[in-house]
Write a protein that binds this ligand. Structure first.
Ligand code: HEM
Length: 149
């Protein structure tokens, strides 16, 4: 027998979909449901920011839409989605880009408060939620640049 395994014998890749819509296989971006999920996260987050007396004044633009888009593209890229952020904005250098804003512990706390609520609205599996949260928490701590009021 020259061909012990023929193409037709190959088992097709099975793609499981969890009840939450999460998929088995692929990277984190794909597993949680791709762009629509990141869009939902960021939109819910900015709803919180829009009503926050500490954070809202920090955003230079009247319209929060463009800022929401930048955050969405960054997060998508970070988690293995398209690299549109890099193409439009270059290297993220987030610490540097945030240096112009006064990010004290209160600002960090508010940012994480809205992000937590937004994250919970996605109803991801506990493991995915924990993974995303651990990153956001760590990143927000890295953005601290003052302890003054
Ligand atoms: C800790 C509290 C934080 C505060 C108060 C804060 C505040 C801000 C503000 C005021 C802007 C400018 C809005 C704009 O024009 O885009 C901004 C931009 C941005 N922030 Fe934050 N941020 C925080 C944490 C984070 C974290 C943890 C991340 C990432 C995980 C992040 C990602 C971004 C990105 C990607 C941009 C757009 C950068 C660009 O391309 O110009 N921020 N942030």
């Amino acid at each position: 027998m020259s061909h012990e395994f023929e193409d037709k014998d190959r088992v097709e890749t099975v793609r499981l979909t969890m009840p939450s819509g999460e998929k088995a296989g692929g990277n984190f971006f794909e597993q949680v449901g791709g762009s629509p999920v990141f869009e939902k996260l960021v939109n819910a987050f900015y709803e919180g920011v829009a009503n926050d007396d500490v954070l809202r004044p920090m955003y230079p633009e009247e319209d929060l839409g463009p800022a929401a888009r930048r955050l969405q593209l960054f997060l998508e890229q970070y988690w293995g989605g398209p690299s549109t952020y890099q193409e439009e904005r270059g290297h993220p250098r987030l610490k540097m880009r945030h240096a112009v804003f006064k990010i004290n512990p209160l600002a960090r706390e508010r940012w994480l408060l809205h992000m937590r609520a937004a994250l919970e609205s996605l109803e991801l599996s506990p493991l995915k939620e924990a993974e995303l949260w651990a990153y956001l928490d760590r990143a927000a701590t890295a953005m601290l640049n003052t302890f003054e009021d």
